[in-house]
Every structure is written in C-alpha cells, then in structure tokens.
Design a protein around this ligand. Sequence first.
Ligand code: HEC
Length: 111
Amino acid sequence: MVIELSSQDKAFVLGHMRGMLEALTDTQQLLLDGDREALKARITQLQSREQDERPQGMGKRLPTAFRVMAQSMRPHWQAIGDPETPETDVRRHVVDLMRVCNACHQTFAIR
Ligand code: HEC
C-alpha cells in the first residue's frame, strides 16, 4: 500500500525511521556493555525527539492500519527501555520489535 505524504510529513517519518535504526544499533551496543541505565536514556531520547519533531496533526493523515502497526512497537520499546526487564526478555523484545519493522516495510511504501 502506497501512502502519499507532503514533503514535511515524509521528511519526519523517514527521519524517525533512521532514528529508530540508530536506537536499535545503540541498543545492541549498550546490551553488550551491560549499561541498562544508558539504554533507558537512549530510548527516552528517541521518544522525546519523536514527540518534539512530529508535524501537527500528522496522525490523522496516516492510514489507520499504518498507525496501528506503528503503535504495536510501543510495548517493545517500553520493555527494552525498562532497566527492570530481564536481559533475556529485552533481547526477545528486540527480535519481536524488528519483526514489526519488517512486516510494516513489506506492507507499506511512502511517496
Ligand atoms: C508502521 C510502519 C512501519 C514500521 C513499524 C517501521 N517502518 Fe521503517 N519505514 C516504513 C515505510 C513505509 C518506509 C518507506 C519505505 C518506502 O517507501 O520504500 C520506511 C523506511 C524506513 C527506513 C529508510 C528511511 C529512509 O531514509 O529512506 C529505515 C532505516 C527504517 N524504515 C527503519 C525502521 C526500523 C528500524 C523500524 C523498527 C524499529 C521500522 N522502520 C519500523 C514503515 C515502517
């Protein structure tokens, strides 16, 4: 399904996509380092940047199916950023999260 977006919305969505890939890379590094507090801060940074930069009313311009899939990432980011989540569970959430990334990329394209 192709989603048509304005150049501003498109720049935000693709920028956030790259930001999520960077956050996942840092997640792997911080898990290797065993620094769960830094991981928490890193996920918080991703989320607050998204909130700050999101164009006004953009949610309404996206198809519901896209929004639902985007929202299904939320519990995974939440668990990954929680220092109380056991590490095995964090790793499982990372895998499940990346399956959402891939499922959405197989379903949608942006023009
Ligand atoms: C709700 C749907 C959805 C989810 C979930 C999603 N993506 Fe995307 N992503 C897209 C779409 C649509 C594009 C544009 C692809 C296209 O048009 O060919 C994209 C593009 C990208 C790009 C390329 C950005 C660019 O500059 O062109 C990256 C990197 C990316 N996604 C990473 C991720 C990662 C990592 C995750 C999971 C943590 C993720 N995405 C989750 C829909 C999604």
